[in-house]
Design a protein around this ligand. Structure first.
Ligand code: MG
Length: 384
């Protein structure tokens, strides 16, 4: 704990984690999402522990109680209480769990808070009763009513964050007299007749809310590579990425011999340490005779998703002397991104000849080299 603002005052924090965070698109509470090697909640607790906060009450939903209790066990002077139906009720539960002189109320989903912001908010609360982190509004804000759209003066507008720090007795009495559904603690305080005082927050002190906020915050990335080659023969279809390409020859194989999809599957499986298609779908197995490789691709997608991976991007190069593939590339990308439930921007397919050299150059085979990035414990099941 750092130098105390006032040795006579006890400072505690309430960290609110009881929301369901449905806008994040995660199947679990976003405070349990990993950033690097720790969760969002641990990131918040780590910062609070470096300030003059002496006790932390974490407010959890009943569903997350076990996990959050496990995480907070690593921290001294931290207790966990169950939240209420609303954020306001959760804050009240947190406030009543531990008495103090100054209380720092913070969203569990704001992991980029700094010691300086917390120190400024505590200092302001000691001096003036409250310290509410806020930043000047960058976006122009409009009021939209039945009468039309009105521009609001941007100089007067602030985006309010947490921490919101108060004299404990004042914010508790304000919550006791609360009616309606306040959007934050400062509103409760203001409605009770107090004057909230803003302190300088930080634009990076963002609340993680939407899938976009969580992108790039995954645990880590894994690269995968895949390669495949099939011989071109008569009386077979030429299928690439699930798309039938008009050509006098087709690819020979046990399945539909979709060489592009095969290379992509092997890239995905290799990144996830899940063996390869030769082992998973052997060409000695009658079940796979003539099967569409897109069916196998769905199976591979399920395996990597179950393994906690999401597709960052895929890039593949098709090596073929003939036919000309440029007119078909867009359709192939559409087919693959639909099968993988990813945005088209995440998959690239290019084509090259081999200058007439070798098996491919002589028009006897098509080969594909594919690479991919998978992200771990990310939001892969989200369709971007
Ligand atoms: Mg193959």
């Amino acid at each position: 704990m750092k130098f105390k603002t006032d040795a006579r005052l006890s400072v505690a924090a309430v960290v609110v984690c009881a929301g369901r965070g449905q806008r994040s698109g995660l199947p679990y509470n976003k405070v349990l999402h990993c950033i690097g090697c720790k969760t969002v909640l641990e990131s918040v607790l780590d910062v609070l522990c470096r300030t003059e906060v002496e006790h932390i009450t974490v407010v959890s939903s009943p569903e997350d109680l076990v996990r959050i209790t496990e995480l907070t066990a690593e921290y001294s002077n931290t207790t966990v209480v169950i939240g209420g139906e609303t954020r306001a009720q959760s804050v009240v539960n947190g406030l009543k769990a531990h008495e103090c002189d100054i209380v720092v109320i913070h969203d569990g989903a704001r992991p980029f808070v700094t010691e300086d912001i917390i120190a400024r908010s505590i200092d302001s609360a000691v001096r003036y009763g409250s310290g509410i982190a806020a930043v000047k509004s960058i976006d122009t804000v409009k009021r939209v009513t039945a009468d039309g759209v009105t521009a609001l003066p941007r100089d007067e507008l602030y985006n309010v964050q947490t921490p919101q720090t108060f004299r404990y007795s004042e914010i508790l009495s304000a919550y006791d007299s609360m009616t309606g559904a306040p959007t934050d603690d400062a509103e409760v305080y203001e409605r009770a007749g107090f004057s909230p005082r803003l302190i300088e927050g930080d634009y990076s002190n963002k609340k993680l809310t939407t899938p976009a906020d969580l992108l790039g915050l995954s645990k880590g990335c894994k690269i995968g590579v895949g390669f495949d080659l099939h011989r071109l023969v008569t009386d077979r279809k030429l299928i690439l990425g699930g798309v039938e390409i008009p050509y006098e020859l087709g690819l020979l194989g046990h399945s539909d011999a979709d060489v592009l999809t095969h290379a992509i599957m092997d890239a995905l499986l290799s990144a996830a340490n899940l063996s390869d298609i030769g082992a998973l779908f052997p060409d000695t197995d009658e079940r796979y005779k003539g099967i569409s490789s897109m069916t196998l691709l769905s199976d591979v997608l399920a395996r990597i998703t179950d393994g906690g991976y999401a597709i960052g991007n895929i890039s593949a190069v098709v090596m073929a002397q003939k036919p000309k593939l440029a007119p078909h590339i867009d359709g192939i990308r559409n087919s693959l991104c639909a099968a993988l439930a990813i945005d088209k921007s995440r998959i690239n397919v290019s084509a090259t000849t081999t200058e007439g050299i070798g098996l491919i150059g002589e028009g006897n085979a098509i080969a594909v080299s594919a690479a991919c990035i998978l992200t771990e414990n990310s939001i892969g099941y989200l369709k971007t």
